[in-house]
Design a binder for this molecule. Sequence first.
Ligand SMILES: [Zn+2]
Ligand SMILES: [Zn+2]
Length: 343
Amino acid sequence: MSEWRQDPFTGRWRIIAEGRSARPDEYSVRAPPPAADPGCPFCEGNEARTPPESAALRPRNLPADGPGWTARAIPNRFPTVSRDAPPSMVPTVPPFERAAALGVHEVIVESPRHAPDLAYLAPEHLASLFRFFRDRVGAARTVPSIASVLLFENRGPDSGGTLPHPHAQLVATRRVPSRIEEERAAFSRGDLEGRPGCRLEAVVESERRAGERVVHDDERFVAFVPFAAEYPYETWIVPRRHSPTFAEADDRELESLARLLPAVIRALDAVRGRVSYNWFVHEAGPPARGADPFHWHVELAPRIVRPDGYELGSGVSVNPVGPEAAASDLRPAVAEALGGSAQ
Ligand SMILES: [Zn+2]
Ligand SMILES: [Zn+2]
């Protein structure tokens, strides 16, 4: 049975087609990467193989770009956007608009070791890592002319990522990407009835009332599979406190998020095997402050199925796993993962 569902947040229509789901061979179960790789540029001891670091978590008495760190931010060697303007640009000739793609593209190496990846790092390491994520987003927001900062991670061969060593990335641009622009427009329309208020909080409240798609709910965060989820097992992790930017998350929020996001990923691994995924933080670009209607959040997008010709041609995504079924699979697995990491 297939069903059109409209995303109450952005208004996008998607198809939930559960009949297409039960083909387990479609799911890409992958072996974890090897514990070490002497050729890996992100492993401790290979610092000389990366550009000089922008920042790192390491004891003060140790020099930059040497061993002894626990997390390390470096410019991406193959950046999506360039830091410096090119000496000359081909001028725009209508209708062919062009502009230099300028900004910051940083790699945040999450661990000095090649494995395990993010979801399996020690809790105290994760807490300091998430504060480092926040500080790198904060630093990128202060770069002149930056309008949008996107923190994200790719894991696995179907995620678009290329290096298995655990690392996140940050791309900051002068132009607001269309996905963020679309969410920003939704936020600017007020709550779901168009009254003043936060649209995401209204969605979260509706999800909590419905209950069937909520995966985890505590005093700081709510995690749920969205009603019109684009990806199988897609999960949103939303802070209770309204704030437009991840750069203003407080330490307690980050401590909770540093437990919850890895727990949701471990739950996904437990339910579906080790699948590829992306996660990303959606937030308002600078100069957003407390009064901005944007409410930052994390979206986890498992990359279990590839879009087919219908999806590419129509712009409609087809999700073969019903959001309610996904949530009922994830809920006990998340509870177990949180219990397991709580000591
Ligand atoms: Zn490595
Ligand atoms: Zn809000």
